[in-house]
Design a protein around this ligand. Structure first.
Ligand code: GLU
Length: 525
């Protein structure tokens, strides 16, 4: 500890009088009135203009923990790095959450939820630390720090501002005033009393207790260039005053845990429970090795791409949730739960090392999801996707919603035999494109049996029921001395261009007489 600064010097150092005392802040943001055991969680993205699938994974953990404990899930925008700020970045985050139906509850009482608007809070807490000699103004310039770093490297010392290298940690009031009089603007640094030869025990709610060397770095709490806090200091103030109970964040923050414990201890506050999640990985196509999903190499790492390709959002969530809660798949298949919101998971189950995000697995969830959806939901999803992301073909396909509905209704009436060939909204539309004349591709490779097709034309009646229709096909086969399946195959290929389709009778019924006749005639040409 050093001497604390007097209020008037604190005011000069911070460039203004702190707005609140600590007790005023405690009163302004009282403990939340929630049932016992309720989790208060948050997703705290830095607005970088990109929503990574790993971010969505964290949102899901956070919102599920809050939902199943009758707690609160917040969205906090960590926009203190003004250099990195990207236009529209917040909209991308908010939109993605909305599209996945993941709701947050930003109760005004605990706001604002943009860190850039919480400056008064950070400065008030910093004032308290300055007054107690646990923080100090530091006037080191970038050039000074470069020099220190070079010296440390040359001597084989760890780099950073600590101990004897922290030039300004013990400045007297007069020395501080002299700097300020020259117009220098300080950063506020932690006055660290940690001893790296001693260890501090920190707890991760899933990983258990982990010991680290104590932190001795005088880390920056408030930056000099814009007066905004660093992540470490903002996290301390925000998660305390927002009354966060559980901080779910990426494993890259694990090494900061001793610092965060140190900060909470200095304030006399109880730290939240921490859960450091693992990365979402993929198997690298070139090396065959497991590695982190990367924004640059893996399109699926970008949530926006998953949406643009038309992956059903519920399937993406179910798959991510099954990574978090491995018992979910079984419970769902047994019919014990209908969706992720009904399944209670234990945080201890969250995987702690490289979880695989496998597109093949996602496909399985997508097929299941679409197969168990009502026709009207299916149609609504496809239409909404086409209108937002579709190309001209998709837009044309969803113009006549009636026809589209009949097309998509095929093989969905028998719950035991629902077709499972739809995966994404885009692929669904491509899969049924042959129902539209302008997107139908005649099969030029197939060798049609002209006699069978001619026979079909002479007896075809669109009003035949299924049995009558089939009996006619059997009769054609018998007369020609071929198998029933041969007749059906000739018709199938003539009408759809494909050798593999759902129920042919239903297809003809949906297409209607004119289209069926013209396709068969086309094949005969
Ligand atoms: N803004 C930090 C990040 O994006 C938040 C970490 C946290 O959740 O505390 O990594």
């Amino acid at each position: 500890m050093r001497n604390g600064l007097k209020p008037d010097l604190i005011e000069r150092v911070l460039g203004g009088k702190p707005k609140y005392t600590l007790s005023e802040l405690e009163e302004k943001f009282p403990p939340r009135d929630l049932p016992d055991g309720a989790f208060v969680t948050r997703f705290a993205p830095s607005p970088t203009g990109f929503m990574h699938i790993g971010g969505l994974y964290q949102v899901l953990i956070n919102s599920k923990l809050a939902q199943q404990s009758h707690g609160v899930f917040m969205l906090r925008i960590e926009d203190t790095d003004t250099k990195r700020e990207v236009k529209d970045a917040v909209r991308i985050i908010v939109d993605s959450l909305a599209q996945f139906g993941l709701q947050y509850n930003n109760d005004e009482k605990y706001g604002p939820y943009y860190q850039s608007q919480r400056r008064d809070i950070y400065h008030s807490v910093a004032a308290d630390l300055l007054a107690r000699g646990l923080a100090y103004p530091c006037f080191l310039t970038a050039a000074d720090m470069e020099e220190i770093r070079a010296k440390q490297s040359a001597a084989g010392f760890p780099t950073g501002i600590y101990g004897e290298f922290a030039r300004d940690r013990d400045l007297t009031d007069d020395e501080i005033i002299a700097h300020l009089d020259k117009g220098e603007i300080p950063s506020i640094r932690l006055y660290s009393t940690g001893n790296p030869n001693q260890r501090i025990f920190c707890k991760d709610a899933v990983r258990g207790s982990i010991s680290f060397p104590e932190n001795n770095e005088d880390l920056v709490l408030i930056k000099s260039n814009d007066g905004l806090p660093t992540y470490h200091f903002a996290h301390l103030c925000d998660d305390h005053f927002m009354r966060t109970t559980h901080v779910v964040r990426g494993a890259e923050w694990l090494s900061s845990l001793p610092l965060h414990y140190q900060l909470f201890r200095m304030m006399g506050w109880t730290p939240p429970q921490y859960i450091h999640t693992s990365t979402l990985d993929t198997i690298d196509a070139d090396t065959g090795k497991q590695r982190k999903l990367s924004k640059r190499h893996d399109p699926e790492a970008n949530v926006a791409n998953l949406l643009a390709s038309g992956w059903p959002v519920a399937a993406v969530l179910e798959y991510l949730f099954n990574i978090i809660a491995s018992g979910y798949e079984e419970a769902k298949l047994k019919g014990a739960v209908k969706n992720i919101w009904e399944y209670e998971f234990r945080p201890k189950k969250i995987p702690m090392s490289g979880a695989l995000f496998d597109m093949k697995k996602l496909e399985w969830w997508a097929k299941e999801n679409i197969a168990t959806m009502s026709v009207s939901d299916l149609v609504n999803n496809v239409v909404a996707w086409a209108q937002k992301y579709g190309e001209s073909m998709h837009i044309a396909q969803v113009k006549d919603v009636d026809y589209l509905t009949r097309v998509l209704s095929i093989e969905r009436d028998n719950p035991k035999r629902i077709r499972k060939d739809f995966i994404t909204w885009r692929q669904t539309l491509s899969e049924v494109a042959y129902f539209w004349d302008e997107f139908f591709t005649p099969n030029r490779d197939f060798e049609f049996n002209r006699d069978l097709l001619n026979e079909f034309l002479s007896t075809f009646n669109i009003n035949d029921d299924k049995d009558t229709w089939w009996n006619k096909i059997v009769a054609i086969a018998n007369t020609a001395g071929v198998k029933n399946g041969d007749v059906a195959m000739n018709l199938r290929v003539a009408i759809t261009g494909r050798t593999n389709t759902p129920d042919l009778y239903s297809i003809m019924q949906v297409m209607g007489e004119k289209r069926v006749l013209s396709r068969v005639q086309g094949a005969l040409k």
